[in-house]
Design a protein around this ligand. Sequence first.
Ligand code: MCN
Ligand code: CUM
Length: 792
Amino acid sequence: HVDVEESAPTAAPPEERPIGYGRLKRKEDPRFVRGKGNYVDDVLLPGMLHGAVLRSPFAHARIVSIDTSAAEAHPKVKAVITGKTLEGLGLAWMPTLSMDTQAVLATDKVRFQGQEVAFVVAEDHYAARDAVELIDIEYEPLPAVIDARRAMDADAPVIRDDKEGRTDNHIFDWEAGDPEAANAVFERADVVVRQEMLYPRVHPAPLETCGCVASMDPVEGKLTLWETCQAPHAHRTLVAMVAGIPEQKIRIVAPDIGGGFGNKVGIYPGYVCAVVGSIVTGKPVKWMEDRSENLMSTSFARDYHMTGEIAATRDGKILGIRADVLADHGAFNGTAQPTKYPAGFFHIFTGSYDIEAAHCKVTGVYTNKAPGGVAYACSFRVTEAVYLVERMVDCLANELGRDPAELRMQNLLRPEQFPYENKTGWTYDSGDYPTTLRKAMDIAGYEQLREEQRRRRAEGKPMGIGVSFFTEVVGAGARKHFDILGLGMADGCELRVHPTGKAVVRLSVQTQGQGHETTFAQIVAEELGIPPEDIQVVHGDTDQTPFGLGTYGSRSTPVSGAAAAVVARKVRDKARLIAGAMLEVSPDDLDWEKGRWFVRGDPSAGKSIQEIALAAHGTLELPEGVEGHLEATTVYNPPNLTFPYGAYICVVDVDPGTGVVKVRRFIAVDDCGTRINPMIIEGQVHGGLADGVGMALMQLIGFDEDGNCLSGSFMDYLLPTALEVPDWELGYTVTPSPHHPIGAKGIGESATVGSPPAVVNAVMDAIGVRHADMPLTPSRVWHAMHGGVGAP
Ligand code: MCN
Ligand code: CUM
């Protein structure tokens, strides 16, 4: 049953009409709302054992000795695995997504608090946890590097002394743009504003933590690995390379995923240990981390120390932007990003503005903190880039005494400049920025808000209005330029239409809550005219789906969504040939209307896609060169990325006595090109806006000076609830991507990327301070108001 919401904008002009039934209710939700989801922790296999990880209490320490005898003597323990065990198998270290190495279980030193040191396999989860406590380890504590700004000091302890010849904590230097051109515009600018800012370490914190079930079939030599995973095919190849198991003997299954947000892109030591545990015991082994393990040891996000500089003329024309960044990558460089780009896509930091020159420089360093990075709905560091430029534009507005919305309007790229080549090598595909900003200002009632602000100020009530305008870059490949560990970012897709006209589409991407089972059916439905409920979407199982690099960087719609449209068009073309044979006319004389081919000039003579599917499997004599059945495959290699954008306005009230920030209103106008399912898009935006409020006001993975993680639970790491967020006020514009088959751009991370600067800009506007770092907790805001931390 197709359930189309009343409010579906069916009367909208064609370019705004959503794809394949628009606001279709999510096909996956009945199982979720009835408690029938199938998550990794729901996987139960006969004879299954349970693993638990022993973790380091120190941020930096030498391992003197490990005594596992008491744990091994525990009656329910089946195996105790240490770094030594793994060394024997050549598995003590594994490659990271950045071509670095990471300890699976520590052998020489521990390098962050929470690092994996030993793995116990036992009959049940509780016994495994108990036995972990019985392992006796002697550590020799070492001084730790916690502040990235100290990492390159001459006397800083060398963290990665496992690497031959290493004498410091430097990882990489990387730059983009033209330094000379940037210097030239900065020299002739009337105004230069410089600001240091930190995008603090935060965590994606999905509700479902990470884990796996590893089952090695000793007879077939086949490994089945159920994993919380955003990229099953990439994981399979990696497992094959790391463990030396032939790739065809590995099956990765990502069942229902309870949120990923980037946390489930990489491979964690626990997965490798579970595989080894299964090989050693001959039984399936489940490992599921708890909340503290998730927050303390899995892929964090951000941790960028940035210095921004913006140059402008006195009348507010922005000429250039520069950035100097120190990137804290933790103890192992495990960030996920294309090989060419160690700072991800940070070089989109020129934002949405028509400028003359730009230059950025990023230095990566090791610290004694958990590895990972890039995660948390960031589009490969676009979060940091957008935060930098949108804070800098506000700093400039502050310096010039200009209204921040008006200053943005003056500098935004104009529609006729697209496709626009920016100063760091990106080609923005399409956009009409002023219309989008204008729309957000209209929804907000911007002029009235400024009026109200003046009134309230006079009464001693600080109110702030924060604006941000962001341009994202999502949808990597092309495979020539974008890869993970050498695997190019192209995605396969397979579509079969069965004899009764029902279809199955197989994807290489992996939903973690984004609704792919619905929206990908809608894409195929739009192209073939088969109703979405007749189209089954298969994903998350490498035995059943074509190769592709998975879901992150909001690439599913730009890449895999394009593949789904292309494969459906291939099926449609084949259906045309078969319809010609059925109607005994030349295929050239057929026209398509949604769901059927008909004879040009005689619409009554036609064949529906369902009739054609049956004939394709039947006894009909097929034309020369046409194979039977109705199916197709494709691999989509995008010619460019897509550049979604948006204008956000945040209204806050600040309690002058306590520094508590109340987000009163939040207006978000997004443009993700052609909209497939507006309801799902709104859900993605709602989630991302909540993330943004969380990061701006309350989230921080903090450490004390010894490297103890201070944010290991939801008591300390705060997720915003319905109480902390307003009713979101959304709008949209539609500027299709010119190169995408249906004109769609990504949306999954737009709001997380665009909203933090809007909130921070609003708070700074309220308290009249140029800059204070996130999270803007009450104490930080209070101190900033009273000339303390973060005052100009
Ligand atoms: N969509 C649409 N029309 C468009 C664009 C997208 O209807 N023009 C739909 C898509 O078809 C898809 C959803 O919106 O159902 C998100 O699509 P897309 O922007 O392509 O992003 P991905 O599917 O690749 O999702 C990844 C992105 C990332 S990288 C993070 S991080 C994040 C995010 O999605 N993690 C999430 N949103 C999340 N939402 C949930 N519920 N859970 C997560 O873990
Ligand atoms: Cu950067 S988090 Mo998402 O790209 O999986």
